[in-house]
Design a protein around this ligand. Structure first.
Ligand code: NAD
Length: 482
């Protein structure tokens, strides 16, 4: 057990040394449900980022030289420790992110599943031989670790977003320096502590707690030893990092924002579609990159769907994630609350109708009532921007071609969902949606065994699946004369 979670609140692991908050500048981590401080963590600068990268470079060569089986063994041990400490990790996660404890437990299981998956994948890195064009030649392709890597992660999945990057990097034989979101550094610190206990050699996985995101991003892009940056966060910051990385032609993976359409056709199973919409829309209070952002419902089923969805939404219980029966936490910040309110006001001003919710919750703070809007149109802001909050806007549509055009009318291309039973339609729509991931008759698609990622301005690269480890491997071609 992590006998006392508060042990983790004041220090971070850089290379082989723990740096304490009281030794230098620090910042406060706050519980978004109560507004109360949870503790202090070190506020590290670009200079320390350089030290962490140097330590990673020193450790990585020996790590890459180990057998894949030896690396896998340490990853398996780390995964077991995550599972053994799941309850403490979930408590830390709920405290700093506000998500209900049941969801936090789910995220820890999800994060651990990525570590297990990549421990297994470490042993399945294959090269190839190529039929040579000359009799006195032999041609081979090797896969080798990319080297020292870095990651910047968001607050909405403080465990899983790190797990699926670090586990893939370590499995491939790379080292990684991670800057977690400033809102949720504690889950990252707990993961690093458990990795150390699992026997992971020092320097391979450092955590840079910091409020100086831009300076750290610059250090990650400019340090000559860094070979890769994997970023999960907003498209705006992703774009900035791509520009910075261009200077050194840095290998970049990007998991960016989404604007997921959720389409319900007339022939859908209505109950299943409502259930899928609830899961997709309201998990983590609508603060997930794959959550349904625009719900398109066909004419014939629109009113029935709206009524049933509103009835389900009325059952949701906002509150402190530690309280029994709570299903919805707070929004992460005042900024997030302001964005939700602004989109709602714009929609109302342009004729949208509030079927349920529609205002700040009586709990105060950053709590907002789960909301269902009807008669929403493409002219409204909510049709084009990522909401990241508990609003379900229902758009009415008439035919398939029209809804496909609307669903694809966005610069994003992360996740899309649709409910339909006609088999020909299922294939047509699945192929026509311009998205990296499509959920068909389901509102939950994420799993460690499948490639997660977006197209268009939602990202570059994939995490999980057999594709995930490829992001951390270089391809080397050998041409041998014999
Ligand atoms: P954000 O881009 O503001 O922050 C993400 C991370 O980037 C944080 O660690 C932050 O400190 C850091 N950061 C901020 N400015 C930076 C800069 N100039 N240089 C370097 N780093 C910087 O995003 P957010 O609001 O915290 O997170 C929500 C966003 O993340 C949403 O858009 C969501 O869709 C996206 N997201 C995407 C995925 C995915 O897999 N595609 C998963 C989760 C979240």
């Amino acid at each position: 057990m992590l006998t006392d979670p508060s042990l983790l609140l004041d220090r971070t692991l850089i290379g082989d040394r723990w740096i304490f908050a009281h030794e230098q500048a620090s910042f406060t981590v706050t519980n978004p449900a109560t507004g109360k401080p949870l503790g202090q963590v070190p506020d590290l600068d670009a200079g320390i980022a350089h030290q962490a990268i140097d330590a990673a470079a020193e450790a990585q060569t020996a790590w890459a030289a180990l057998t894949a089986a030896a690396r896998a063994q340490i990853l398996h041990r780390w995964c077991e420790l995550l599972r053994a400490n799941a309850e403490d990790l979930a408590i830390i996660l709920t405290a700093e992110s506000g998500k209900p404890l049941a969801e936090a437990r789910g995220e820890i299981a999800y994060g651990a599943a990525y570590i297990q998956w990549f421990a297994e994948e470490a042993r399945r890195v294959y090269g190839e031989t190529i039929a040579a064009p000359q009799p006195n030649q032999r041609l081979l392709v090797l896969k080798q670790p990319i080297g020292v890597t870095t990651a910047i992660t968001p607050w909405n999945f403080p465990n899983a977003m790190i797990a699926r990057k670090v586990a893939a990097a370590l499995a491939a034989g790379c080292a990684m320096v991670v800057k977690p979101a400033e809102e949720t550094p504690l889950s990252a610190l707990a993961m690093a502590l458990l990795a150390e206990r699992a026997g992971l050699p020092a320097g391979l996985f450092s955590i840079l707690t910091s409020t100086q995101a831009e300076a750290i991003g610059q250090a990650f892009c400019s340090h000559p030893r860094v070979r890769k940056l994997s970023f999960t966060g907003s498209t705006a910051v992703g774009r900035q990092l791509l520009r910075q990385g261009a200077e050194r032609v840095l290998n970049l993976s990007m998991e960016l924002g989404g604007n997921a359409p959720f389409i319900v056709f007339d022939d859908a199973d209505l109950e299943a579609a409502v259930e899928g919409a609830m899961r997709s829309k309201y998990r983590h209070n609508g603060q997930t990159c794959v959550c349904a952002n625009r719900l398109y419902v066909q004419d014939g089923i629109y009113d029935a769907f709206a009524e049933r969805l509103a009835a389900q939404v009325a059952q949701l219980r906002p509150g402190n994630g530690f309280d029994e029966g709570v299903t919805l936490g707070p929004l992460i910040s005042d900024r997030a609350l302001a964005k939700v309110e602004a989109q709602l006001e714009d929609a109302r001003n342009q004729g949208a109708r509030v079927l349920s919710g529609g205002q700040r919750h009586a709990l105060g703070g950053t709590f907002f009532e789960p909301t269902v809007l009807t008669e929403v149109t493409a002219a409204m802001r909510i049709a084009h921007e990522e909401t990241f909050g508990p609003i379900a806007p229902l758009f009415r549509f008439h035919d398939e071609a029209e809804v496909i055009a609307q669903a694809n009318d966005t610069e994003y291309g992360l996740a899309a969902y649709f409910y339909a039973r006609d088999l020909s339609r299922v294939w047509r729509v699945a192929e026509a949606l311009e998205y990296g991931m499509v959920g068909i008759n389901t509102g939950l698609i994420s799993t460690e065994v499948a490639p997660f990622g977006g197209i268009k301005q939602s990202g570059l690269g994939r995490e999980g699946g057999r594709q995930g480890i490829e992001e951390y491997l270089e391809t080397k071609y050998l041409c041998m004369g014999i």
